[in-house]
Design a protein around this ligand. Sequence first.
Ligand SMILES: Cc1cc2nc3c(=O)[nH]c(=O)nc-3n(C[C@H](O)[C@H](O)[C@H](O)COP(=O)(O)O)c2cc1C
Length: 365
Amino acid sequence: MAMSSALTDLYRYPIVQAPMAGGASCPQLAATVSEAGGLGFLAAGYKTPEAMYEEIKQLRGLTGRHFGVNLFMPQPANADAAAVGAYRARLTGEAAWYETPLGDPDAGSDDAYDAKLAVLLDNPVPVVSFTFGCPTRAVLDAFAKAGTRTIVTVTSPVEAQTAQWAGADAVCVQGVEAGGHQGTYSNDPAVDGMGAGLGLLSLITLVREYVQVPIIAAGGIMRGSQIAAALAAGAVAAQMGTAFLVCPESGANALHKQAMTDPLFGRTELTRAFSGRPARGLVNRFMREHGPHAPAAYPQLHHMTSGLRKAAAKAGDPQGMALWAGQGHRLARELPAARLVEMLAVELDAARAELGLQVQRGAVS
Ligand SMILES: Cc1cc2nc3c(=O)[nH]c(=O)nc-3n(C[C@H](O)[C@H](O)[C@H](O)COP(=O)(O)O)c2cc1C
């Protein structure tokens, strides 16, 4: 398919290192992955346009290879003020415990989208991806003119169709297994009820029926055999966050990295506790106590809890941090990023060869 080849020139191996806002996907990690033959990504979410541009310059200083930059779509200002107020009242004990004031929930909901677009159109990068919604056709066209490939994160066939109609070059299909935020276009409990998301293999297969643009698969992928499964289902590449988060080059907090394979944190759940939008993380005290009471109010809750999370990290207390992780977190390998890319590529080859052999055996028996 012509569109697929429009992506395969971006990497040697079909391995995309997920953008991870909050510090994990720093220039060092992205550059190492791109140098190793994958596609590295920077996360512009929560950063100022200036800080985003600085990271791009740093990355360009580290590698001449392709890379991507990820943007958060602006969010509608439709949060229920009374529900936000009630959640704020709930968190006063946390503020006292961590000796940190709660943040201003109204500190902005557009993540400086327009200013970031302007920087990226003035200084084009190879790839720009979007989450939490779909850009307008005009924005996607402007990137196409600038020579930048665009990817929109989707969690349903309808979202994928919207992205294709708007002119995206590819969709990143995100299964419910994925670590971090679900990239749903809306944040409505009635539409995107917690746990209503589809598992990755079902979702790839469904989306494949609806759209022709290339699919990048994300969610719970930790081994080359899973990349092979995603490719067999119709994806052109796999995007992995949790697997790269534990690499030494990742800028994630050391406590976050350790928690991934700590038996104390046995499982993950989707929660609105930290940000007001469903996101998957290791179940800890904060999530258990507050998750069931958190309203759908993003990014209001993100702003409100930001100081608490930083204070918890500073105090060395993972029970108060947002420990974003995908369902495969126990399979995380603390390897240098280049070694991880190599290992995934070898595992992918082995899985493909094994599948081929099985097909042959089936054919002769
Ligand atoms: C710590 C963390 C932060 C993330 N931040 C972003 C982000 O800024 N933008 C984005 O599009 N996706 C983000 N994601 C989601 C990833 O793009 C991807 O969908 C997810 O990592 C795939 O699931 P996995 O973690 O099981 O590999 C984040 C994931 C994690 C684990």
